[in-house]
Design a binder for this molecule. Structure first.
Ligand code: UFG
Length: 333
């Protein structure tokens, strides 16, 4: 398909990961060439299907500079690589700051030295922290309480400073809960360990794991469980395509929420999983998980205004059906 970005080379740091592989597929479908930079520490080589793979680790400053130099004619860099497991960040902040913040610094420096000047950065709704103001708007005060959220906010600030001082053009996308899989079933969510609700509940429904734990049933919500905003990974990928085309139209700097705008509770998700799979999800009510917020959902207005973005695939049942399609293949069901 021809598009504004047709023929462009785009560096995708973290292109072997869950969201990165979907971004690469969307780039290829738009006629662009995605070049994946990945150390394969959590991404998968088998998910790099849409362009070349350069094995490089962001913590290696010299190596990332060489790789950026090799692709200095690329039109933009999409940076998705990071440590994401919120619980792990609390026990290994050194690893998180090193991989996320120092890694991003090395990338920004390599971009500066090689003249790569357009960046899309994957941030998160976890940078907002605890607030009763829903839906979340981009100008909401950011007070993250998880180490994960703090590292992402530190990178947001670093990028803003590079914009101001060095004229870096950037688009920071604050994702809500990425979920689902490409309809082909060839790529999807494959974290190890898996900590996310939908893949864990699908495995429990399929009888591949013992009862799952439902963390917290005493929240101040209609059914007592947390509320989240699930956004299909292909909608997230599309937001990148729209964002990349905006660089050619003069985009200089922006922070934008990428969510569906709809909140759904954990218990409602389990019910939908039973509908989709035909098997109920065995679970035990468990205490609240450390660091979980009661409710999080986006105001998607700015994404629409600035990028022309509207979620297409993020009806929760569609998300779950696509994840189930992927996992059935991976699990040989
Ligand atoms: N949950 C369970 N049992 C499980 C796993 C999850 O009850 O086995 C619950 C969680 O407690 C939470 C909800 O399901 O209430 C969603 O949890 P996820 O782990 O799927 O997603 P999070 O909302 O915790 O995390 C997501 C992203 C993070 C990001 C965060 C921002 O995965 O990268 O949103 O809040 F930081």
């Amino acid at each position: 398909m021809s598009s504004d970005i047709s023929g462009q080379t785009i560096i995708v740091v973290g292109g072997a990961g869950y969201i990165g592989s979907h971004v690469c597929k969307a780039l290829q479908a738009s006629g662009a060439v995605p070049v994946t930079f990945d150390n394969l520490s959590s991404g998968h080589e088998h998910a790099v299907k849409y362009g070349p793979l350069i094995k490089v680790d962001l913590r290696d400053k010299a190596a990332i500079l060489t790789s950026c130099g090799d692709y200095k004619d690329a039109s933009a860099v999409v940076h998705l690589a990071s440590s994401i497991e919120v619980g792990l960040g609390e026990t290994d902040p050194a690893g998180f700051y090193n991989n996320n913040v120092i890694g991003a610094f090395h990338l920004l420096e390599a971009m500066r030295e090689t003249g790569l000047n357009n960046l899309i950065f994957s941030s998160t709704c976890a940078t907002y922290g605890d607030t009763d103001q829903m839906p979340l708007m981009e100008d909401q005060t950011q007070k993250p309480f998880s180490v994960y959220g703090k590292t992402k906010l530190a990178i947001e600030h670093m990028i803003q400073s590079y914009h101001k001082a060095y004229d870096l053009k950037y688009l920071t996308l604050r994702y809500f809960n990425a979920a689902g899989a490409d309809e082909s079933g060839e790529i999807g969510e494959e974290h190890d360990p898996e900590t996310h609700l939908i893949p864990i509940a699908l495995a429990a429904a399929a009888g591949l794991r013992a009862k799952m734990k439902l963390f917290g049933t005493d929240y101040d919500t209609p059914d007592g469980t947390c509320i989240r905003d699930y956004i299909h990974v292909n909608d997230i990928a599309q937001a990148h395509i729209l964002g990349l085309s905006k660089f050619g139209q003069g985009l200089k700097a922006a922070e934008v929420n990428i969510g569906s705008g709809e909140g759904i509770s954990n218990l409602e998700i389990l019910k939908l999983i039973a509908d989709v799979t035909g098997s109920s999800v065995p679970y035990d009510a468990a205490p609240r998980r450390n660091g979980d917020l009661t409710r999080l959902y986006a105001d998607p207005g700015l994404a629409k205004e600035l990028l022309g973005f509207t979620a297409q695939y993020s009806d929760p049942k569609t998300i779950i059906a696509s994840a189930w399609n992927f996992h059935k293949r991976v699990w040989g069901l």
